[in-house]
Design a protein around this ligand. Structure first.
Ligand code: F6P
Length: 320
C-alpha cells in the first residue's frame, strides 16, 4: 500500500493529535504517501484532502483538539454519500484510511470498508464507550479534568455545607462519572447503566450530615434519566441542604493530553499504519490488558461494554 489517509471525526478528544502525528510519521517511515483529510467525513465528501509531511504534524503532540479538525457528518449517514466518499478516496489513489473517532465514526469507517477501502479504526473519544477496548483516547485526560474540578468543588462545598451535583459527559456510558467518582471520593454516582432511587441519595446525604460530613458530591453522567436540575430540586427539598449544580460540559474535551492518552494514541496510530502496510483487512485498534490489539472492524463494533460493578460498589462502601 503506497497511499494512505487519516481523518478525525465526531467529538474531539485530547490525544487525537498524537494519533495523527504517529500515523503521518510512521507512514512516511514506511515510504508511504500520507494524506490528511480535514473536517472528518464532511471534508472527505468535499475533497478536503492534502498531502502531509513530518513537519505538518510538528508541535501538536501536546495539544488538545485536532489539527485536522472534526465534524459530525449527517450526509455520511446516507449510502449515496458513503459511495461518494469511497470514490473520492479512489480519485486520490488512496487505498487505506485511518479513522480516529468514537463509535459513530468507526461505523462510518466500516461502511467505507464495505466499499473496498481498507480502514483502521483508532478509538478517539472521551466517552470510553467502545466495547472492544479497555480505554479510548481522551478518556484519561477528561477524567483528570473532572477530578480537578471535583477537588475544587469539594473545598467550596465544605465551606458552605452544600450538596453539589456535578454533571459529566459520556453520552450513554457512565465511565467518566464512575472513574472520576471513585478517584474523587464522591458520595454517589448516577450512571445510565444502573437504576437509581433519588430518595436513596437523599437518605445517604442525611446520613452523612449526621456523621458530621461537611459536603456531599454527586457525580451525574449526562446519559442518566433525571436532569441535574430536577435532582437538585428534589434533594434540596428533601434534605434541607443547599444543593447546587455544576455542568462541566465541553471543558472535559479540551486540554493537553495526559501521558496515558498520548502514548495510547501514539501506539494505536503506529499499529494502524503497520496493519495498512501489511495490507490487512479492516481492523479496530485498541488496548486490552495493557497490550495493543486489533480486531476485525465489524466484530469489534458489535462488542458491548461491560460496566464495572466493583468500582460502583466501592464508591458506595467508601463514602458511607
Ligand atoms: O462523544 C463525545 C461527546 O463529548 C459526548 O460526551 C457528548 O454527549 C457529545 O460528544 C456532545 O457532542 P457535541 O459536540 O455534538 O455537542
Amino acid at each position: 500500500m503506497k497511499k494512505i489517509a487519516v481523518l478525525t471525526s465526531g467529538g474531539d478528544s485530547p490525544g487525537m493529535n498524537a494519533a495523527i502525528r504517529a500515523v503521518v510519521r510512521c507512514g512516511l517511515d514506511r515510504d508511504m504517501e500520507v494524506f490528511g483529510i480535514k473536517n472528518g467525513f464532511e471534508g472527505l465528501l468535499d475533497g478536503e484532502i492534502e498531502p502531509m509531511n513530518r513537519y505538518s504534524v510538528g508541535d501538536i503532540l501536546q495539544r488538545g483538539g485536532t489539527k485536522l479538525r472534526s465534524a459530525r457528518s449527517a450526509r455520511f449517514m446516507e449510502d449515496k454519500w458513503v459511495d461518494h466518499g469511497a470514490e473520492m478516496l479512489r480519485t486520490f489513489g488512496i487505498e487505506g484510511l485511518v479513522v480516529i473517532g468514537g463509535n459513530g465514526s468507526l461505523k462510518g469507517g466500516l461502511e467505507l470498508s464495505k466499499r473496498g477501502i481498507k480502514v483502521m479504526g483508532v478509538p478517539g473519544t472521551i466517552d470510553n464507550d467502545l466495547g472492544y477496548t479497555d480505554y479510548t483516547i481522551g478518556f484519561d485526560t477528561a477524567v483528570n479534568t473532572v477530578l480537578d474540578a471535583i477537588t475544587k468543588i469539594r473545598d467550596t462545598s465544605s465551606a458552605h455545607n452544600r450538596t453539589t451535583i456535578i454533571e459529566v459527559m459520556g453520552r450513554d456510558c457512565g465511565d467518566i462519572a464512575l472513574f472520576s467518582g471513585l478517584a474523587g471520593g464522591a458520595e454517589y454516582v448516577v450512571v445510565p447503566e444502573k437504576p437509581f432511587n433519588i430518595n436513596e441519595i437523599a437518605v445517604k446525604i442525611l446520613d452523612g450530615v449526621n456523621k458530621g460530613k461537611l459536603h456531599s458530591i454527586i457525580i451525574k453522567a449526562e446519559g442518566s434519566p433525571m436532569s441535574a436540575d430536577e435532582m437538585a430540586k428534589y434533594l434540596g427539598e428533601h434534605t434541607g441542604k443547599d444543593t447546587r449544580v455544576v455542568v462541566l460540559s465541553y471543558l472535559q474535551r479540551g486540554g493537553s493530553p495526559t501521558l496515558m492518552d498520548r502514548n495510547l494514541a501514539t501506539l494505536c496510530g503506529a499499529k494502524a499504519v503497520e496493519l495498512l502496510a501489511e495490507d490487512s483487512e479492516s481492523k479496530a485498534v485498541g488496548i486490552v490488558d495493557n497490550q495493543i490489539v486489533a480486531f476485525d472492524l465489524e466484530d469489534a463494533l458489535k462488542q458491548t461494554r461491560e460496566f464495572n460493578e466493583e468500582m460502583y460498589h466501592l464508591i458506595d462502601v467508601l463514602s458511607k
